[in-house]
Structure formats: C-alpha cells, structure tokens
Ligand binder design. Structure first.
Ligand code: HEM
Length: 272
C-alpha cells in the first residue's frame, strides 16, 4: 500500500507495471536511439552487428536465467518466473551455433559493458533477488514488444530463411505476446514490496536500460574500430577477436592474432 508521505515517483497509478513503464520511458527512448537500434530501425543491420549482439545477449541471458532459476522460489521472483514461456538461453545457443559453427563457445566475444551488466545480475541474484524483476521486465517485455519487429528485420536484412539464426526472437511457448504481457504485468503487480523496495526496483529498471544502452554503444565501438559499422564485407569482428581479455588504456593499440589493429578508448573486450 502506498503511504501518503512516500508517493510513487509518477502519476501513473500504483501498480508496479505502470510505475516501471513510466520510470523507464525516457530510458526507452534513449535505448531506441542508440546507433545499433537505429541501424535496426533503418533495416540496415549487418551480419557482423547481429553476431556480436548475439554474443552479448548470450552472456546476459545466461546470467539472468541462472539467477532467476536459483531464486525461483523467492517471493519476488516466483510470480514472474516463466522459464517455459520466456527462457532464451537455449535459443541463443542454437543461433550462435548457426553463425559460428560447433565450436561457437570459443568464439563468444563481448565488450566490457556486457561484463558489467552480467556482474550486476549475479550480484543482485545473490544479494537482492527482489530486484531481479526489474531486469526480467526490461529484457523479456522488450523482447515481446519491439523485439518482435527486430526479429523480422534481422531475417530480412540478413536474408535468413526460416527460423535459422533468429530463434532468439521466437517464443513458441507464447501464443499471444500481448496477452502474455498482460499476464506478466498482473504478476508483477502481485509482488509484495515495501515502499523502499519498490523505489529500488524502479531505480534498478532504469539501471537495466542503462546497461543495455552501454552494451549497444560498446558493440558499436567495437564495430567502428574494425571499420565494420556499416559494412559487412571482409573483416568480421566477432570472428576475429579471439583473445581472452583485453582491457585498454586510452588510445592503446592491440594487434590481434589475425592482424587487425584496434584503437580503443577506454573499452575492454572479453571473450569467454
Ligand atoms: C529498435 C528499438 C526498439 C523499438 C522500436 C521498441 C519498440 C517498443 C514498442 C513498440 C513497445 C510497446 C509499447 C507499448 O506497448 O506501449 C515497446 C515496449 C517495451 N520495450 Fe521496446 N523498443 C526498442 C528497444 C528496446 C530496448 C533496447 C529495450 C530494453 C533493453 C526495450 C524494452 C522495452 C520494454 C521493457 C517494453 C515494455 C513496456 C511496458 O509495456 O511496460 N525496448 N518497445
């Protein structure tokens, strides 16, 4: 129940689902306007961009879904725990195998921002499971909203036939995304939170968007460094960055095994 002294941060009602949407409205606009998402909206996504995005999504969903599984019985997780309908990890593994082949695990390369995002997911999974709903909301409801359009754009832009490589966007366990989103919102609203916890969830949702924006920005930097932001010919950052961990100081140059040189400004790359 809302106290009179501690009101929700917006005038959009007292349901968590409404508050979280209002609290992340500006962040959503910023996420939509990242270079990567703009490429998507222009139908200009390249194979390299998509492969790099899949690598980061794989790391993110691995952390998110492991933490959700581990906390499945927690009262703030149980109502929004829908592994049959929502889990993305297996689909991502198949998509990565499609693009990188049977040894895809050795080829997964992610920027530092992805590493920070997964660290945060692990930390809250361990210490503050109440906040997992903010991350699950940001990713899964996004996937069931704009994500559905992104799947079709990916298929068309990359000339993919059938479901191969785009399983991530498909939710065979969800018949109607809109109806499922309604159910998910009602489950979110059933979570009992103190006013303090509710504020923390709203803050965490903004952070979740921020993590995503940073990942997209880092991916775009990786691509521009290798000169592939708008071209898919020749080099392939996701294929070529195969060293373990790179952390860089400003304007450090790394010559990777295969001969591409990276000039990075404060960016680290992690390959798992
Ligand atoms: C090209 C980029 C994107 C487009 C075009 C897009 C578009 C949309 C649209 C049309 C909706 C439905 C709004 C509604 O039902 O009222 C939506 C909802 C949503 N999007 Fe996005 N989106 C994009 C990127 C993202 C990203 C990057 C995230 C987060 C990582 C995200 C998270 C969400 C969430 C959580 C919702 C559910 C909002 C709610 O109903 O509470 N979106 N998006």
């Amino acid at each position: 129940m809302e106290s009179t002294t501690s009101k929700p941060r917006d005038a959009s009602g007292s349901d968590l689902s409404e508050q979280i949407k209002a609290a992340t409205k500006d962040s959503h606009v910023r996420a939509e306007n990242t270079q990567l998402m703009l490429s998507y909206q222009r139908g200009q996504i390249t194979r390299t961009q998509y492969k790099l995005l899949l690598c980061s999504l794989y790391e993110i969903y691995q952390a998110l879904e492991e933490e959700l599984d581990r906390n499945a019985d927690h009262p703030a997780v149980q109502p929004i725990y829908f592994p049959q309908e929502l889990a993305r990890l297996e689909a991502l593994e198949l998509d990565l195998e499609h693009f990188f082949g049977p040894h895809w695990r050795k080829r997964v390369t992610v920027p530092a921002a992805t590493h920070r995002y997964t660290q945060r997911l692990r930390e809250i999974g361990k210490n503050s499971p109440d906040l997992l709903v903010a991350h699950a909301y940001t990713r899964y409801l996004g996937d069931l909203s704009g994500g559905q359009v992104l799947g079709k754009i990916t298929q068309k832009s990359l000339g993919l036939s059938g479901d191969k490589g785009v399983l991530f966007f498909l939710f065979p366990g969800v018949t109607s995304p809109n109806r499922f989103k309604q159910l998910y919102r009602s489950r979110m609203n059933s979570i009992e939170l103190t006013e303090q916890q509710r504020r923390e969830v709203l803050d965490e949702a903004t952070r979740a968007f921020e993590f995503n924006i940073e990942v997209f920005d880092d991916l775009q930097k990786m691509l521009s460094i290798t000169g592939e932001a708008s071209s898919d010919k020749g080099n392939d950052a996701a294929t070529k960055m195969e060293s373990k961990t790179f952390s860089s100081s400003p304007v450090l140059q790394f010559a990777l095994g295969v001969g591409i040189t990276l000039a990075t400004v404060g960016m680290g790359v992690y390959a798992f």
